[in-house]
Design a protein around this ligand. Structure first.
Ligand code: SAM
Length: 238
């Protein structure tokens, strides 16, 4: 099977693979399960100084990444028939979800565009069919860390990265639930014991306990997830 391909458009290609070069993702990168290509947007900058930004139309603070520069970079860096999703890392985007990450991991790969400064010229979004994606309700100084978060989440779901027994199917956000608590040795930690049932060897009871704990924790911390899962399970009656 061919590798899952990630292409990242950035002004700071040296930031990658960064943390993706170690542990699960790094090992998978070395084994060729996925490939990572960076495209330096500045290669298409204008003039002797390879300028990529300019002042915002209408005035105001900061600088804006130019649409023509980014278009030149995207057009040169992507083949005509490339059907991978093109995502722009952006605090204005829809929040990234596990379902979206899983969907991306099942495609051929992804194209990620990293903004900088005050952001990028709005016109490029429609002109090059970019979809805005946010990793949370806070503002980073650039899209690279957000791109790496997305890639880490997607790469670990690729076949052969986590191993068969840890497919991620029981993890948080799967099935609209947060995950149940984990325990390991020692049996007694500073007077705190492992729940008896986990030491019982009764797999059916353990599975039921984990399911109940996952539900309890989700109800306490993220009731919105349960509502979302119910809404998906039961299409609205007319
Ligand atoms: N002025 C923009 C705003 O208020 O929405 C913020 C621009 S931010 C300083 C520069 C770049 O960082 C953005 O273009 C985007 O690529 C990236 N970025 C910042 N926060 C992000 C987030 N929460 N999720 C994804 N990307 C983000």
């Amino acid at each position: 099977m061919s590798s899952w391909r990630a292409t990242v458009f950035t002004l700071f290609p040296e930031m990658l693979p960064g943390p993706l070069g170690v542990s699960l993702a790094g090992d998978a990168l070395v084994r060729g399960v996925w490939t990572l290509e960076t495209q330096d947007i500045r290669d298409h900058g204008i003039g002797r100084h390879r300028s990529v930004d300019d002042t915002p139309a209408g005035g105001g603070a900061g600088m804006v990444l130019r649409a023509d520069v980014l278009a030149a970079s995207l057009d040169a860096g992507l083949a005509a028939g490339d059907t991978r999703p093109r995502l722009l890392m952006s605090p204005r985007g829809a929040p990234l979800t596990q379902a979206q990450v899983r969907d991306l991991s099942q495609r051929q790969g992804v194209v990620l565009v990293c903004g900088r400064f005050e952001g990028i010229d709005e016109r490029i979004i429609e002109a090059r069919g970019l979809t805005e994606v946010s990793i949370g309700d806070y503002v980073l100084s650039g899209g690279e860390l957000a791109a790496m978060v997305l890639l880490d989440a997607a790469v670990r779901l690729l076949p052969g990265v986590m191993g068969k027994e840890a497919s991620g199917a029981e993890e948080s956000f799967e099935d609209g639930r947060l995950e149940y608590p984990h325990y390991t040795k020692p049996r007694d930690f500073e007077g705190r014991a492992i729940p008896e049932i986990l030491l019982s060897g009764d797999h059916a009871k353990i599975a039921a306990w984990r399911k109940a704990e996952a539900l309890r924790i989700t109800q306490e911390r993220r009731p919105d997830l349960l509502q979302g899962a119910e809404a998906k399970a039961e299409p609205r009656k007319r």
